[in-house]
Design a protein around this ligand. Structure first.
Ligand SMILES: [Zn+2]
Length: 270
C-alpha cells in the first residue's frame, strides 16, 4: 500500500506516526551505539546519565522534547547532553519518512526501516571508535535474509542470488584495490570493516545499483572528511578517517535513489 493510494488525512496520520516511530528508533540507535562503543551490554540495563548514573525516567526519555525541555542538560547533575542525541533522532525520523514515502506500508518498507536503524548505529559507532562491530553487520545480514527471499515477484533463489552477487560486486573490487594500495602505501588504506559494510549493503541492491552505492559513498566520504576533519585515532594510521558513516549514508540514499538513477542513466543512451 503506497501513500498516494490513501486519503490525504490517512496519509498525513501515517506520516505523523512515522515521525514518532523514527524519533523513538533514532533514540534507540543512539543509545545502542553508545553502549556498543562503551562495551556495555546494550540489551540489558536502563538508560542512564553518563555522568551521574541517574536512571532516566519516562519523562526524560521523550526524543528531542526532553532534550529541549531540559535545555540539553541532565536534570540531576546538570552535565551537558550532546546535541548529537536530538540530531540523531531527527535524522532518523527524516530517514523513516523518506522510506515510507518511497515504499508505503509494505514488507519492503519494514525491512528498509530496520536497515536504516542498523546503518545509523553503524555510523555512530564507527564515528566514535573507528570500528564497525561485526554484531551490527550480522544484524544487517539477518534483516536481509529474513525479508528478501519473499520480496519482489521473483523467486526465492533469484532474490538470494542477486543479493549475494551484488554484495560480492560491492566488496571484492575494493578488497583487491585495498590490498594493492596497502602494498604501495605500506600501511592500511581502507579498513576491513568498511569492506564488510560494503558487502552487507550490497546484499540489498541489484548489481547495476552497486556502482551508484560506491560513487555516492565516496562523495559522502570526501565531504565528511573535509567537513568534520574527524580521524579514527588509529596511532598506526593517523590520517585515517571513519568511512562507515559515509557508506551508511550512501546505502540509505541507494535504497531510495539507485533504481531511478540507474534507469535515468540508461535512458540517456537508448
Ligand atoms: Zn546526570
Amino acid at each position: 500500500m503506497l501513500l498516494y493510494e490513501l486519503t490525504s488525512a490517512l496519509a498525513a496520520y501515517l506520516l505523523f506516526c512515522t515521525v514518532l516511530l523514527g524519533l523513538t528508533m533514532g533514540s534507540f540507535a543512539s543509545c545502542m551505539a553508545w553502549r556498543i562503543a562503551q562495551g556495555e551490554d546494550f540489551l540489558r540495563g536502563r538508560s542512564h546519565c553518563d555522568e551521574c548514573g541517574h536512571e532516566l525516567t519516562a519523562k526524560e526519555l521523550v526524543p528531542v522534547f526532553s532534550w529541549l525541555v531540559q535545555r540539553g542538560r541532565c536534570r540531576w547533575c546538570g552535565s551537558k547532553i550532546s546535541v548529537r542525541c536530538p540530531f540523531t533522532e531527527l535524522l532518523c525520523a527524516a530517514a523513516f519518512v523518506g522510506i515510507v514515502v518511497g515504499y508505503g506500508v509494505t514488507a519492503q518498507a519494514l525491512q528498509y526501516l530496520i536497515l536504516t536503524v542498523l546503518l545509523l548505529a553503524v555510523a555512530l559507532v564507527d564515528y566514535d571508535t573507528g570500528l564497525i562491530p561485526n554484531g551490527l553487520l550480522l544484524a544487517i545480514i539477518i534483516n536481509w535474509a529474513v525479508f528478501t527471499p519473499f520480496l519482489n515477484q521473483s523467486a526465492f533463489l533469484t532474490n538470494l542470488t542477486v543479493g549475494i552477487i551484488s554484495a560480492l560486486c560491492a566488496s571484492i573490487p575494493l578488497l583487491l584495490l585495498s590490498l594493492f594500495m596497502d602494498r604501495i602505501l605500506r600501511r592500511e588504506s581502507m579498513g576491513g570493516g568498511d569492506i564488510k559494510l560494503f558487502f552487507v549493503c550490497g546484499l540489498y541492491l541489484a548489481m547495476q545499483e552497486v556502482l551508484f552505492l560506491l560513487i555516492v559513498s565516496c562523495i559522502f566520504g570526501l565531504l565528511f572528511a573535509v567537513l568534520t576533519q574527524k580521524k579514527t585515532g588509529d596511532p598506526e594510521n593517523p590520517e585515517a578517517f571513519p568511512f562507515g558513516p559515509a557508506i551508511a549514508a550512501g546505502a540509505y540514499v541507494s535504497l531510495l535513489a539507485a533504481k531511478p538513477a540507474v534507469a535515468y542513466y540508461i535512458s540517456l543512451f537508448f
